[in-house]
Design a binder for this molecule. Structure first.
Ligand code: NAP
Length: 344
């Protein structure tokens, strides 16, 4: 009898201890896995760890992240390169672009609901998207295009909004005009070519030799290989230049814009002396979240006027490798991080 009791007791102890081990191995519901930057530095400062799961305020929603986009700016935010001007201070979780499913909503969220598949350009001060969960407000998020995978959707918000705000809001590109897009094969450029075509513009775009086919597939009327020919020899008297490259490319661009035309650059400030000399207008740009514009972009995607190019999708644990690739400034389309499964 005593022996029987003892073996029963051992069985109970074994079961309890096994259950405890399994529970401890899982992430507790109040924490999540995320990439955290504790100090500015190289890619090695991106740490994959447990961190508190965020709780939405009244005007926020909690999104279960399925994929996160990686942008060139992520590298400068992590290294501290931009810290004098903008960006979060450590500790922070990087990643401004996400696609996922709304898990919880604050009382002021009225346009989106629990269970909606969404994509968003996040304010990093609230915490970024290289994480299992992220917070967004309704200015930042819109319904995900049905025709996109979560990875494609996560590749979209910042670069699509940048292209939209540069071409439509800033340069006021209109049907029949001609636009020259520098860096046409990158994140911004791939969207810019397609937004300009959807607008009814003629598009000239630059990229290196391996990306010439991509420029054409996206709809560029003229693809220019900047490694083989000077863009000034091909592009003349354009209405608008979108500069995603800067430096010498920007410097040489003033002369190809017709009088009264517009040059918008993402990476510098246009030189007022050059603008005046050529009788043209110019502006820099700082992209801002805008769910209304994201919804317009969704329409173009659903109408098959925009396709999304994802060249690499890496697991969240490989955030460092993803940022290193994005920092080369020679990304073909976009790089994304896979955070979790779409159906869970
Ligand atoms: N101001 C803002 O609000 C804002 C917003 C978004 C992005 N940005 C900035 O804008 C820049 C572009 O962003 P992104 O996401 O499109 O970058 P990206 O994905 O790295 O793309 C850069 C593209 O530029 C091309 N390129 C490099 N050198 C070139 C040259 N000399 N002539 C023509 N093309 C060249 C590359 O193509 P090849 O490989 O074929 O050379 C690459 O496809 C980045 O510096 C980013 O930080 C600014």
């Amino acid at each position: 009898m005593f022996m029987k009791n003892r073996s029963f007791l051992s069985l109970v102890v074994a079961v309890v201890s096994c259950a405890f081990t399994v529970l401890c191995a899982q992430t507790s519901p109040s924490t999540m896995k995320a990439i955290v930057v504790h100090e500015f530095g190289g890619p090695e400062v991106l740490r994959y760890e447990d961190t508190p799961k965020p709780a939405p305020k009244e005007n926020e929603m909690l999104i279960r992240v399925i994929a996160a986009g990686v942008n060139p700016v992520d590298d400068g935010l992590r290294s501290g390169h931009y810290s004098k001007y903008f960006g979060p201070k450590p500790p922070f979780t990087p990643g401004s672009d996400i696609a996922g499913v709304v898990e919880k909503t604050g009382v002021q969220i009225t346009k989106l609901k629990v269970g909606d598949a969404v994509y968003a350009y996040l304010d990093l001060d609230r915490g970024g998207g290289y994480a299992e969960y992220a917070l967004a407000n309704e200015k930042e998020a819109a319904l995900k295009p049905n025709s996109l995978t979560f990875e494609e959707a996560a590749a979209t918000p910042i670069v699509a909004l940048t292209a939209w705000q540069a071409l439509i809001d800033t340069a006021k590109l209109s049907p029949g005009q001609t636009v020259l897009i520098h860096g046409g094969s990158g994140g911004v450029g791939t969207f810019a070519i397609q937004i300009a075509k959807a607008r009814g513009a003629k598009v000239l775009a630059t990229a290196s030799t391996p990306n010439q086919d991509l420029l054409k597939q996206l709809g560029a009327d003229v693809a220019i290989d900047y490694t083989k020919q000077k863009f000034e020899d091909v592009a003349k008297d354009v209405d608008v230049v979108l500069d995603c490259v800067g430096k010498d490319t920007l410097q040489r661009s003033y002369g190809v814009v017709k009088k009264g035309g517009f040059i918008v650059t993402l990476v510098a400030s246009p030189d007022p002396v050059e603008l005046e000399k050529h009788g043209i207008h110019g502006s820099d740009l700082s992209v801002a979240p805008n769910s209304g514009e994201l919804a317009e972009i969704t329409k173009l995607i659903e109408q098959k006027k925009i396709k999304v190019v994802v060249s690499n999708a890496l697991p969240l644990t490989e955030a460092a490798k993803a940022q290193e690739q994005a920092a080369t400034r020679h990304t073909h389309g976009k790089i994304v991080l896979k955070v979790s499964e779409a159906s869970k």
